[in-house]
Design a protein around this ligand. Structure first.
Ligand SMILES: C[S@@+](CC[C@H](N)C(=O)[O-])C[C@H]1O[C@@H](n2cnc3c(N)ncnc32)[C@H](O)[C@@H]1O
Length: 268
């Protein structure tokens, strides 16, 4: 069970996140923040990445720790925090092996559940979250529903699946980074297994300086594709009795048109 979770958030991809992803899906930040502010401290940001959510929360004076399986993402998160004079507790850990220094009133996982893990590891992660919550604490997990991405959804069908792997990814466009380099990413779908509910992507990353290619990397990422009802059952198996599902970080009932849904699970 302790096997390594396989993610691609290392090296140039971690650098890309630190450089360009702070403004990604901004409505997620106040959504989780409200739960922490309403008596939800201390909180743990599981898979905190480079601190897109964690740093604004710590800046606002909230007691929030962070963990992530990628030492590169954690190092960049720490660097950003230090730059602002902030010193959050950060640690490198896979969520299924979570062993945090304290217990929390809120644990939240944004954009990371099912990345690079097996079904067993995901079930184990839910048990670890349950164990790390204080009594009456709240777990918040979001997922992108498997039918959200039109291109990906087509590959559930046999006649589309045989066309995988995709031959070419999206075109690479270089973006200027703060250190004078330019970064480009290109991803493609390699495989989709509908029985295992798993898609495998490949990401090619390049770093250029003054028109010269300085570095390039290729990474793979398996993503587990969950539907609402199976995650509800998994949460129940992990000990969460009281679970509400909400729409795309909006406090409303979920609808069939929501690309993301959030599970709000109480530990009693
Ligand atoms: C899409 S990023 C999201 C980062 C951050 N939560 C945010 O919303 O900005 C996914 C993050 O999950 C981390 N991650 C992937 N699999 C993980 C696992 N099994 N346990 C802990 N972190 C994981 C990656 O290293 C990466 O930092």
């Amino acid at each position: 069970m302790e096997g390594r979770a396989q993610t691609w958030h290392y090296g140039l991809i971690a650098k890309w996140w630190a450089e360009f992803n702070d403004d990604f899906r901004p409505h997620e930040i106040p959504y989780f923040q409200r739960y922490i502010e309403r008596g939800g401290e201390p909180a743990l940001d599981v898979a905190c990445g480079t601190g897109r959510l964690l740093i604004p929360y710590v800046r606002a004076g909230l007691d929030v720790d962070g963990c992530d399986v990628s030492a590169d993402m954690v190092a960049l998160c720490r660097e950003k925090a230090t730059h602002e004079g902030l010193t959050p507790t950060l640690f490198v850990q896979a969520m299924h092996g979570l062993d945090a220094p304290r217990r929390y009133r809120t644990i939240f996982v944004c954009g990371a559940f099912g990345l690079g893990s097996t079904l067993e590891q995901d079930q184990q992660a839910l048990r670890r979250f349950h164990e790390h919550l204080e009594q009456d604490g709240t777990l918040l997990i979001d997922i992108e529903v498997p039918y959200a991405d039109e291109k990906l959804w087509q590959h559930w069908l046999k006649d589309q699946r045989v066309k995988l792997p995709e031959t070419s990814g999206q075109p690479r466009s270089l973006r200027p980074a703060s250190d004078g380099t330019e970064l480009g990413l290109r991803s493609r779908i390699v495989e989709l297994d509908p029985l295992a509910q798993r898609v495998t992507y490949e990401m090619h990353a390049e770093q250029w300086r003054d028109g010269v290619l300085e570095a390039q990397e290729d990474h793979h990422l398996d993503i587990r594709l969950y539907f609402m009802n199976e995650l509800l059952l998994m949460l129940e198996r992990a000990g969460f009795a009281d679970v509400v599902v909400q729409g795309d970080h909006n406090d409303a009932e979920p609808t069939s048109d929501d690309d993301f849904i959030v599970f709000v699970a109480k530990k009693h």
